[in-house]
Design a protein around this ligand. Structure first.
Ligand code: MG
Length: 276
């Protein structure tokens, strides 16, 4: 079945204007090759760059160190599955299982039932697209034993007062990453998963959507730089060393390196700016 074009032009435009105005938002707080390397213990301490401790004293939350991460917002395409696939490779599934069932994990499903949320720009991103809704349901069914839901983006239709006419029927505008962050935060707050945005880490493979969104949210960003590196379908099933990154994602790798060389530091959540 041909998939709808998902070019996400508004996100691209935002990435370019951010690059010019606030490049810090494009630099991740922490980089890992793939989701498999996500630290299961002391995640918060990995999010603080070593330089933080040598910089002049700021208004850092000294007494709260390391940051306490209570919720993970995880991307789907090329973070948990190869892009446009519904199949989570076994090792990635095992990683989710470990995060959800290890007694010491802060995301243990019994201690923290709403601690993991999948937020995709395909699955669950548009209730008007049956394919995306079906994908979200499929993911939730294969992850139901781990209690991991897929975020549904979408603004409820506005009621029109009796007698009032509109030029066109009110349109449904579901927002995609990075613009959907207010509703993601509201969702996590409503479930008592978090009290403040600096308790969230966004995990994803793209600077222009996942990393920027973490910065806009006032949360932490974890960049899965290589995406998913194992095949799941056809002759590639189980094959290691795959690279599913597209042109934009590869360009982002060079951009990130360039920004770091120029001394651009990652954006820090509110209250964590400055050093100790
Ligand atoms: Mg992705």
């Amino acid at each position: 079945m041909p998939r709808p074009l998902n070019s996400n032009v508004p996100a691209f435009n935002l990435a370019i204007s951010t690059l010019l105005r606030n490049p810090s938002l494009l630099v991740p707080n922490y980089t890992i090759p793939t989701f498999l390397q996500l630290p299961e213990d002391n995640l918060g301490s990995h999010l603080i760059p070593p330089s933080y401790f040598s910089s002049p004293s700021g208004n850092a939350k000294k007494h709260h160190f390391p940051p306490k991460i209570r919720a993970l917002v995880i991307d789907k395409d090329n973070t948990l599955t190869p892009p446009e696939s519904r199949i989570i490779p076994p090792a990635y599934m095992q990683k989710l299982k470990s995060l959800r069932t290890k007694p010491s994990s802060p995301f243990n499903m019994h201690k923290n039932p709403h601690g993991i949320l999948i937020v995709s720009n395909t699955a669950g991103s548009d209730p008007n697209m049956p394919l995306y809704e079906e994908e979200a349901k499929h993911l939730e069914s294969i992850l139901s034993h781990l209690g991991i839901p897929v975020f549904r983006s979408g603004v409820p239709l506005k009621a029109v007062a009796p007698g009032q006419t509109t030029e066109a029927p009110p349109k449904h505008h579901p927002l995609k990453k990075p613009f959907s962050f207010p509703s993601i935060l509201a969702h996590l707050r409503a479930q008592n998963a978090i009290d403040s945005p600096d308790e969230v880490a966004v995990v994803g493979d793209r600077l222009g959507t996942d990393v920027i969104m973490a910065g806009l949210m006032g949360s932490w960003s974890i960049w899965t730089q290589k995406g998913v590196t194992v095949g799941v379908e056809g002759d590639d099933e189980g094959r290691e060393g795959m690279d599913f990154r597209g042109t934009l994602a590869k360009w982002e790798v060079r951009l990130e390196r360039y920004l770091r060389r120029r001394g651009v530091a990652p954006a820090m959540p509110k209250g964590w700016e400055g050093g100790f």
